[in-house]
Design a protein around this ligand. Structure first.
Ligand code: HEC
Ligand code: HEC
Length: 381
């Protein structure tokens, strides 16, 4: 009998035999440790010692923030990649993380607001997943998940995303022909019942941590000296983006105050002047304020990386801008004077030429290799 069916039968008979063992809801427990005569949870065979993995990071990038509770291993990364692309993670085995985080769009979805199971629209724009390993400020637009692996719990159960019970996801993974061996190879477990939500999300986070983007035209010009900027890109870089050469008091786009190289996003929570609200209580999406509990943080969002920004439209936490030109015009307008707007949102004079230069510079941040890198691609294709 294929194990999957056997497993289902065991769980069904358990559900009706209350005298026998643990609550089937409790995923940390063996299927039925004490049931005499029940064919429970046989040993998983195969290798059980994982191989350490060291991230390779260009020397001009920041140092990674590694999670001691989730060391990277070759087996863990590959397992996480599979789970990330596998539709068994979603309701009716029909929705994967990768449906909203698509490699060819630098792991975004091209939509204003994310769309989950049954076409349900969420309240925020899907984020890019590059260079997460450099972020120490918490994940999501509002920093609501402290650790990367904690983040992965939510999309599965969020009704606007994958809308599935973790118990069902675990049952499918434990009953699979392939995953139990991979969990054993990664975590050294002996039995299918030892596959827990925590091990699943930790593997996903391992995979996500390896998605590093650091080879754009900008990097080849600036750090590797193997390419040159066009005049327009150079204008965008020198006089518009970087802030070192700006005379004190001059009005300047100053993007680099918050989106500084080499990460192009300092991950701090700021109000970059999007909403004209009468008081700090009036932001439609409170952002970081809902996490910190401080009213002064309402309307602040994490400053994301601008790497691959040409591929990740629409822009901002609610996807309100369709093009980079619109984004630049927003910053040139200089916000709305709301109390907690960042002082670096000053507004600045913008000619058509400067606008084009700034957009040309932003376009130089695309890492073309990322989009087809086989390490990050769909393993089921
Ligand atoms: C329906 C589309 C959708 C699905 C499916 C989805 N995400 Fe997301 N993802 C989003 C949205 C929207 C955000 C921003 C959430 C927020 O700020 O509240 C996000 C944010 C993230 C972030 C935070 C990135 C950062 O820089 O902070 C990570 C990591 C992530 N998703 C991983 C995953 C994983 C892993 C899965 C599968 C378990 C998944 N996502 C499934 C839409 C989706
Ligand atoms: C005061 C800090 C600050 C400055 C200065 C700043 N930004 Fe931002 N930027 C942010 C924050 C915070 C966000 C996220 C806001 C949100 O989504 O609500 C953001 C978001 C963006 C986004 C959207 C990113 C995405 O993934 O959707 C783009 C593009 C962008 N900024 C470009 C620029 C450019 C170009 C400049 C200079 C003209 C600039 N920024 C100046 C803080 C800043």
């Amino acid at each position: 009998m294929p194990y999957r069916i056997l497993f289902l039968l065991v769980s069904l008979s358990l559900a009706s035999l209350s005298a026998c063992g643990p609550d089937p809801e409790d995923d940390a427990q063996p299927v039925c440790p004490e049931c005499p005569g029940e064919p429970t949870d046989p040993l998983i065979t195969g290798p059980s010692v994982a191989t350490d993995y060291e991230l390779e990071i260009a020397e001009y990038m920041p140092r990674p923030i590694l999670d001691e509770d989730n060391p990277l291993t070759r087996e863990g990364i590959e397992l996480g990649r599979r789970l990330f692309y596998d539709k068994i993670m979603g309701r009716d085995s029909a929705f994967a993380c990768a449906d909203c985080h698509r490699q060819e769009r630098a792991f975004t979805d091209g939509r204003t607001l994310a769309v989950g199971v049954d076409g349900r629209e969420g309240r925020r724009n899907a984020m890019s997943l590059v260079n997460l390993v450099f972020n120490g400020s918490g994940f999501n637009w509002d920093g609501s998940s402290v650790k990367l692996w904690e983040q992965a719990v939510h999309p599965v159960e969020n009704m606007f995303e994958m809308d599935e019970d973790w118990a069902n996801v675990l049952e499918r993974i434990r009953g699979s022909d392939d995953y139990p061996q991979r969990f054993r190879a990664t975590y050294g477990i002996d039995r299918r019942s030892e596959i827990t939500q925590e091990l699943v999300v930790k593997a996903i986070a391992q995979f996500e941590s390896t998605i590093i983007s650091a080879d754009s035209h900008f990097d080849r010009v600036f750090f590797k000296n193997t390419e040159f900027f066009t005049e327009e890109e150079q204008l965008g870089a020198d006089s518009l983006f970087f802030v070192e050469n700006v005379p004190v008091g001059a009005l300047h786009p100053g993007c680099g105050h918050c989106h500084n190289a080499p990460s192009f996003g300092d991950n701090r929570f700021k109000n970059n002047g999007l909403d004209d609200v009468a008081s700090l209580d009036d932001f439609r999406d409170k952002g970081f304020g809902a996490v910190s509990g401080s009213k002064f943080d309402n309307g602040k969002f994490r400053t994301p990386t601008l790497r691959n920004i040409a591929l990740t439209a629409p822009y901002m936490h609610d996807g309100r801008f369709t093009t980079l030109a619109e984004v630049v015009e927003h910053y040139a307008d200089g916000g709305h004077g709301v109390e907690n707007e960042d002082p670096n949102i000053t507004g600045f004079p913008l000619t058509e030429r400067k606008k084009r230069a700034l957009v040309a510079f932003l376009n130089s941040l695309t890492d073309e290799g990322l989009l087809t890198d086989p390490r990050f691609s769909d393993p089921f294709e």
